[in-house]
Design a protein. Structure first.
Length: 367
């Protein structure tokens, strides 16, 4: 097994001077097989008794192996809801370490339950589909729809690349979409800094920029999906760490994520999160290029190249590929800013009307 090292040292709050908390709950990320890493949990400071969370699919993929390796009790995650997370938090009372084995829903439910139970949390993703692998953010549904709240990052994460490579292609594609979305989110954060005096963290920025540079280089160098998927995993981890040190999703979630949240409201989770964010990225990159003089001058991050990255990894570049009605996207562009009126983005600065939305959709190339 090997320990993932961060190119940028995680500075303390005083060293960075940004005002964000610079939490460093995440102690290590290990890349290796489950059989190499999991039996060493005790040596790595994790205390029994253990609880292992999984769903019906991830139990077969890896959950049963982790359960057996730890001699732990297993818990089935049944829904991406705070109700299910609260129920499981009660059931694991007395457990010292909670291990989440799965995708976004399992990891978020396990993260929530561990925090509520006062237990350590370990993240073992079975797919590279999202940037929540090591983030402190939990995103689940309640009566009012999907809601994101701050909890705590895992102490450890274990990446078994053989398991990751066996994930369905649509989930791997989703991971690419979630990282490439940062091309927009970082510029929205900069708008907040310049226009309304929002706090800004250079350390988090450096992690996001490293993710974008390394992943786009690997996409162009390989001609598409990278066989080992390690560049994607590293990028997703870096994005999660950026959220950890700021205690917020701000570095990794801007106007493009608001488009995705709007689709969640109207459709449920019809498409993987990163695919929805990718569609939002094309729309909002087009809007930034139309209205933001401080948009990227680096050609690698302009709309034309974003569409090329999408083409190479299999992300949709047109509404006809996903079967979404044009009217729904128009409404998303107009209304999405209302989902988080407190998060300043280009949608908040130039609240688009119907004519603007029509032009944005056209310029994006989506439809």
């Amino acid at each position: 097994m090997k320990k993932l090292e961060f190119k940028h040292a995680l500075k303390s709050r005083d060293e960075c001077g940004c005002g964000y908390p610079h939490d460093r709950s995440l102690e290590a990320v290990f890349i290796g097989s489950l059989e190499e890493v999991v039996p060493r949990f005790g040596d790595l400071g994790l205390e029994p008794p253990y609880a292992v969370f999984y769903d019906e699919i991830t139990y077969k993929v890896a959950g049963s192996r982790v359960e057996e390796l730890l001699g732990a009790r297993g818990f089935l995650v049944t829904a991406p809801t705070f109700w299910n997370a609260e129920e499981l938090a009660v059931k694991v009372g007395g457990v010292r370490s909670v291990v989440g084995v799965g995708g976004g829903t399992v990891i978020d439910v396990a993260k929530y339950a561990a925090y509520k139970a006062g237990a350590s949390f370990v993240s073992i993703p079975t797919a590279p589909s999202h940037d929540g692998i090591v983030s402190p953010i939990v995103s689940l549904f309640d009566e009012g729809g999907r809601k994101s709240i701050l909890m705590r990052s895992p102490r450890l994460a274990v990446i078994d690349l053989e398991i990751i490579k066996s994930a369905p292609g649509r989930l791997i594609i989703s991971g690419y979409g979630d990282v490439l979305a940062k091309i927009v989110s970082i510029k929205d954060w900069q708008l907040g800094r310049e226009d309304v005096g929002e706090s800004y963290c250079p350390t988090a920025e450096s992690l996001i920029l490293e993710s974008l540079e390394s992943l786009t280089s690997s996409i162009m160098g390989s001609g598409g999906l990278v066989e080992s998927l390690e560049p994607l995993i590293r990028a997703l981890i870096n994005c999660g760490v950026a959220m950890m040190i700021t205690g917020s999703s701000r570095p990794a979630s801007g106007s493009e994520h608001l488009i995705s949240h709007y689709l969640d409201m109207k459709l449920g989770r019809k498409y993987p999160h990163g695919v929805q964010c990718a569609m939002g990225t094309l729309l909002m990159a087009a809007y930034h290029e139309m209205r933001n003089p401080d948009w990227w001058t680096d050609e690698r991050y302009r709309l034309k190249m974003i569409r090329e990255y999408f083409r190479r990894v299999g992300l949709p570049t047109g509404l006809d590929e996903v079967g979404l009605p044009r009217s729904l996207i128009i409404n998303a562009i107009i209304e999405a800013w209302r989902i988080r009126p407190d998060r300043y983005t280009i949608l908040h600065k130039y609240r688009p009307g119907v004519e603007d939305a029509e032009l944005i959709l056209k310029e994006s190339g989506l439809g």
